[in-house]
Each structure stands twice: as C-alpha cells, then as structure tokens.
Design a protein around this ligand. Structure first.
Ligand code: NI
Length: 136
C-alpha cells in the first residue's frame, strides 16, 4: 500500500523578479511590479508530500518528526526572513519565481529521503497562486 504523508511549513521572504542580463527597462516590461527594485515580500506556504510503502514494522511511510526536521533545517532555516535574491546562494544567478523556488526546495529535500520515497512539493506564493514540482 502506497500512502502519501504531507507536512505543511511556511517561511516569509522578500524577492524581486529580475534577470541580471536584462536592463531595468526590460525587467519591468516583462515582470511588472514584481520587478520593483526595492523588493517585496511573500508569506510562502509549503506542502511537502512523501509517498511510499507503509513499513510493516513501524506502520510509517516516513517518521513525520524526521520530515519535520528536514523541512525545518533545509528549508525554513534557509529561507525564512531572507532576501532570496541577495541572501540565498541558489538565487544568485537564478530568477526567484515561484517555479524556480519550488524546484530549489525539491532539490534540497530529496537527498535526505530514502530513494524509494517519491517527493512532491507544493508552494503557495499567495493563497491563490501556487506551483507544484515532483521531479519530472
Ligand atoms: Ni513576488
């Protein structure tokens, strides 16, 4: 039996959508107010879902305490109250769109899970706008 176990998490962060190889005029033409040079913030909400077989001995797919700890150490502590463009090395040369952020989050969590477990990450940038990535 394959079951999905999910953990919700959240972080606050600032960003601007911006490509260094475009001038301000082009950045603003493409990204609009999301490219405001003074940055803006989001309350990001996250759902981290792990799917796998139930272990016969423990009855767990994954120990949720372990999943909580992975998400706290590698995601919340890494992103919370940061300026993504300036303070998070993954976005030094990568535009911090919700799409790119969800892929970075997936790649940071995946190595800490047993290879037999499937991972899907859903990232809400606002209550109404969200993206999903499952490594495909
Ligand atoms: Ni934004």
């Amino acid at each position: 039996m394959r079951v999905t176990v999910s953990k919700r998490a959240h972080f606050n962060a600032a960003h601007r959508l911006y490509r260094k190889d475009w001038n301000d005029e082009k950045n603003i033409a493409i990204f609009g107010k999301c490219s405001n040079p003074n940055y803006h913030g989001h309350n990001y909400e996250l759902i981290v879902s792990v799917t796998g077989e139930i272990d016969e001995e423990t009855g767990y797919v994954i120990d949720i305490k372990m999943l909580k700890s992975i998400v706290k150490t590698h995601i919340e502590d890494h992103f919370d109250h940061k300026n993504l463009n300036i303070e998070v090395p993954e976005f030094e040369d990568l535009n911090p769109t919700a799409e790119n952020i969800v892929v970075v989050i997936y790649n940071k969590i995946k190595p800490h899970l047993k290879p037999s477990l499937d991972l899907e990450v859903t990232l809400f940038e606002t209550a109404r706008n969200f993206v999903k990535y499952s490594g495909k």
